[in-house]
Design a protein around this ligand. Structure first.
Ligand code: NAP
Length: 286
């Protein structure tokens, strides 16, 4: 079975981006800037933000983290977003989720200027994705698509099944897979907790994408022999990190598969950098 090594692919992408950033700095006399906002003390979010800062630094992207206490009022957070929207040296703004319960995530995400929305979650960018217009795309599904392309695995003309319909993974991934294009153009089925016959639907997939948040839920009997399996899930269990797929069982069955960790996680961070560079280019072109 072919292991789709997201860690290696992301490392080479980050290197390519570092070259692009250096060339842009020569051309424009400034470099891309990313602001990450972290509210509260969520341990996983703190690790994610540190990793993003490190990746930016290595690629030559200016990054700054705004760490706010978990008691931060809504108005204060919105005022920070407004000030970052107005700054010329900040081209991307990322609001680390989840937010503390008293804050309205949707309201805050919609306050980020769509051109600086490097997470691609703003309704304007989700709308552009739906309409097939250029725009900033959500990092995780974009990372899935880029990884397939790096391995020359095209889902065009194939049956793709996406398990999960969240706004950050499943839904945008299904749209990307079903869009026209050489590394898309799949016939897509989306499954969720209301899908009655998950095993049968998954077994039809030439390309199976799993983003459920259920540790090792997809087992070998749910996978067609020779399928490409992309496991987006990251679950913290007593035995450490694991995906949504039962890796050991699937090894015999799938033709190619992403590991967890080292699959889509590193690709997501690489796409955040790519989106920051894209946002910089768009803003410089205006
Ligand atoms: P989410 O918002 O909880 O969505 C999970 C989706 O899976 C929902 O659509 C849900 O259906 C569906 N689902 C749950 N149980 C199911 C079942 N038994 N049968 C069929 N469908 C089921 O999660 P998410 O934010 O999309 O994240 C999914 C996983 O990806 C998590 O493990 C998360 O940590 C991981 N993730 C990884 C990255 C990365 O960088 N690698 C990025 C983001 C997320 P309903 O809609 O009906 O509830």
């Amino acid at each position: 079975m072919l292991i789709l090594d997201g860690k290696a692919a992301a490392a080479s992408l980050r290197q390519e981006l570092a070259g692009e950033v250096a060339a842009l700095e020569k051309q424009y006399g400034s470099r891309p800037g990313l602001a990450v906002i972290l509210v509260g003390q969520d341990p996983a979010s703190q690790v994610y933000v540190r990793n993003k800062e490190r990746a930016c630094h290595e690629a030559g992207i200016h990054s700054e983290a705004h760490r706010l206490p978990d008691t931060t009022p809504q108005d204060e957070l919105l005022a920070l977003i407004d000030s970052l929207n107005a700054r010329k040296d900040i081209h991307g703004i990322l609001l680390q989720l989840p937010l503390p319960k008293h804050l309205n995530s949707q309201l805050c995400l919609e306050r980020i200027h769509p051109e600086k929305d490097v997470d691609g979650f703003h309704p304007v960018n989700m709308g552009k994705l739906t309409l097939g217009l250029p725009g900033l795309r959500p990092c995780t599904p974009k990372g899935v698509m880029v990884l397939l392309e790096r391995y020359n695995l095209s889902p065009a003309g194939k049956k793709a099944v996406v398990v999960g319909r969240s706004n950050i993974v499943g839904k945008p991934l299904a749209l990307m897979l079903g869009a026209p294009g050489p590394f898309a153009n799949a016939t897509v089925t989306v499954c969720h907790s209301g899908t009655p016959n998950l095993t049968e639907v998954c077994r039809e997939a030439d390309f199976l994408f799993v983003a459920m948040g259920r540790p090792r839920c997809i087992t070998a009997d749910m996978v067609k022999a020779g399928a490409v399996v992309v496991d987006v899930g990251i679950n913290r269990t007593e035995d450490g990190l694991c995906g949504d797929c039962d890796y050991s069982g699937l090894m015999e069955k799938a033709a190619a598969m992403t590991p967890v960790p080292g699959g889509i996680g590193p690709m997501t961070i690489a796409m955040l950098l790519a989106n920051t560079v894209q946002a910089f280019q768009q803003q410089c072109a205006c």
